[in-house]
Design a protein around this ligand. Structure first.
Ligand SMILES: [Zn+2]
Length: 586
């Protein structure tokens, strides 16, 4: 018996003592809902598949946060999905789209920019996922952080278990960077489960494929920055920790991802090798490993590509590795300037689906618009919004390439940011412009609305970040421009700048920031979830972020059956027990 299995049994026994209370609560809840639905219940149940599929899972009540364990998070997430009816889903495939840092404010502003670019006023426009029938709110906090990061949040969505900020798909017990501790608590991911049981899997992003969000699908580390071997500490190396790039290529869950696309080439290449696209760049690995060669060896029928043309020319089947930049891929706004040519997120999405679809069992795919977050950190709304529009186009490509009868598409963000959408701009006012007012708060004559100093201001601004108006060592006092790597900030001598003659719609303009931080920060507010396809009826209400894993898993009967075979399901077939990764590893 493994140590983990043992711990789990102890936990299960422990839990029993507390169950009577939980059962009482449950009974009361059931009674209450039975009364509420009244006589018409039967009719409305058939009309509402989610309601008829609702399954109750008992969750022990615990002390928060001291009683939280991976086992508890898993069961609680399972309960939240099951009580909403996710078990009623009959999905063959699931696709998870993540807009990294795509706050609800980002969605609202991007929909307006997109609509205005199409010639309309903008507000009535819809991004692709805003046509989906189901929505919910996701609570994003990490187990140790009120405002989360991408590593802890994607781990929650990938494994069904909330954890710390900064770690990838491990339990919350070890501290960040504790290698030995991390190795004792790997959490099985949805992608690993699928790959190990013969389903097709894909991971597509615009960041380095070793970055937090894509990394959490097939790797387990206590430090998200361990992307290549040079970033590990000696202690970590000695304790047996392996970098993220190597884990992605060497994963022992099936053959790993059948499709892996994004940036991050440098983490796969040895220093002795020159980058194919940039003469002045080489690989970053110091362990001598050529992971691209290693990947080819492991996938004899596979294709490796590093530019858009090669991707277009690649054979239509077999495994695919695409590494389109040494670092992150370009922002959508900067793509035209890329030397070798990069595919769009929509093109990568289409390619991935076409390949994964060839597996008759079904597939699990992650597609991340990963640089919405980076643009926000730079304090540049233009790039954040244009990358959000690119994500909308990628989601539309997935809608067009799949059937709502057999494919669940779920769109969400990992966390929020500090972008604000404020003032009383009139209908159709350009979203990146200064506010032209229509309310009593402003002058109402189509002129710029003025603050108490008599100065105009933009509709969009940030609470913190590099857009602070004081002088820095890099840029003079006043409006700042992309890319502003901040140091030596000073208090502004002249207060707010006069924006009358500043083009705030310029792609490089940085929106004003209240607090001068080097990078704009994440936000702790909820993010949206939008869904269509089998199981989407369950996506409603306010849920903890780790429930997203359970929405996806419970909606895919063939996949959840694999957990039941391992003994991880309750009497209703709901996977409620934390799976043991070793059971699924080769
Ligand atoms: Zn971020």
């Amino acid at each position: 018996m493994s140590r983990l299995r043992q711990t789990r049994l102890i936990h299960a026994r422990h839990k029993h003592a507390r169950l009577s209370h939980a059962a009482l609560v449950l009974a009361t809840t059931l009674l209450a809902s039975a009364c509420a639905t009244g006589g018409g219940a039967a009719g409305s149940d058939t009309a509402n598949p989610a309601k008829s599929a609702a399954v109750e899972v008992d969750v022990p009540s615990i002390q928060r946060p001291s009683g939280e364990t991976p086992q508890w998070w898993f069961r609680d997430g399972a309960a939240q999905a099951a009580e909403r009816g996710a078990m009623g889903g009959r999905a063959k495939n699931v696709i998870l789209f993540i807009g990294d840092g795509m706050s609800l404010t980002t969605v609202a502003a991007a929909r307006i920019l997109d609509g205005q670019r199409k010639g309309g006023p903008g507000e009535n426009n819809r991004l692709s996922w805003e046509n989906f029938p189901a929505t919910a709110l996701s609570k994003t906090y990490n187990t140790d952080s009120q405002t989360p990061d991408s590593a802890g949040t994607m781990s929650a969505m990938a494994t069904g278990v909330k954890t710390r900020a900064g770690v990838l798909s491990i339990g919350q017990q070890p501290m960040r960077r504790d290698c030995a501790g991390a190795q004792a608590v790997p959490m099985l991911t949805l992608w690993e489960l699928a790959a190990s049981r013969g389903f097709a899997t894909g991971v597509v992003t615009t960041t380095r494929v070793t970055h937090a969000t894509p990394g959490a699908t097939f790797t387990h580390v206590p430090e998200r920055n361990w992307e290549n071997d040079t970033e590990l500490t000696d202690e970590a190396r000695q304790a047996g920790c392996i970098d993220i790039a190597r884990q992605l290529v060497e994963t022992r869950f099936g053959n790993g991802p059948d499709v892996l696309m994004g940036g991050g080439r440098k983490n796969f290449m040895p220093v002795s090798e020159r980058d194919p696209e940039y003469d002045d760049k080489v690989g970053e690995r110091l362990d001598g490993r050529d992971l691209v060669a290693q990947w080819k060896q492991r996938h004899p029928g596979g294709t490796y590509v590093w530019n858009a043309q090669q991707l277009a020319d690649a054979p239509a089947n077999g495994p695919l590795l695409g590494l389109f930049e040494p670092d992150h891929m370009q922002f959508t706004a900067d793509r035209p300037r890329d030397g070798a040519g990069e595919p769009t997120l929509a093109e990568m999405t289409r390619t991935a689906i076409a390949r994964l679809k060839q597996n008759d069992k079904g597939f699990v795919l992650l597609v991340e618009g990963g640089r919405i977050d980076h643009a926000h950190h730079y304090g540049n709304a233009y790039r954040a919004l244009t990358d959000t529009i690119a994500l909308s186009e990628a989601v539309q490509a997935a809608v067009d390439a799949t059937s709502a009868q057999d494919t669940l598409i779920l769109v969400t963000a990992d966390h929020s940011h500090t972008l604000s959408f404020v003032g009383y701009p009139k209908r159709g006012n350009p979203i990146l412009d200064k506010v032209r007012g229509s309310s009593g708060e402003d002058d109402g004559n189509g002129h710029y609305a003025l603050d108490q100093l008599g100065l105009p201001y933009t509709t969009l601004s940030y609470s913190n970040g590099p857009g602070y108006v004081g002088a820095s060592a890099q840029q003079p006092e006043g409006p700042k421009r992309f890319q502003h790597t901040v140091s030596g900030v000073q208090i502004p001598k002249n207060g707010r700048p006069d924006l009358r003659n500043v083009d705030t719609q310029d792609p490089d303009y940085l929106q004003e920031a209240l607090v001068p931080t080097a990078a704009e920060s994440h936000g702790g507010d909820d993010v949206g979830i939008w869904a269509r396809g089998p199981g989407s009826e369950a996506v409603r209400g306010s849920v903890e972020q780790n429930t997203i894993f359970h929405f996806l898993l419970q909606s895919m009967p063939a996949l959840r059956a694999e957990l039941c075979k391992a003994g991880d399901c309750d009497g209703n077939g709901v996977p409620v027990t934390l799976p043991e990764p070793a059971t699924f590893r080769e």
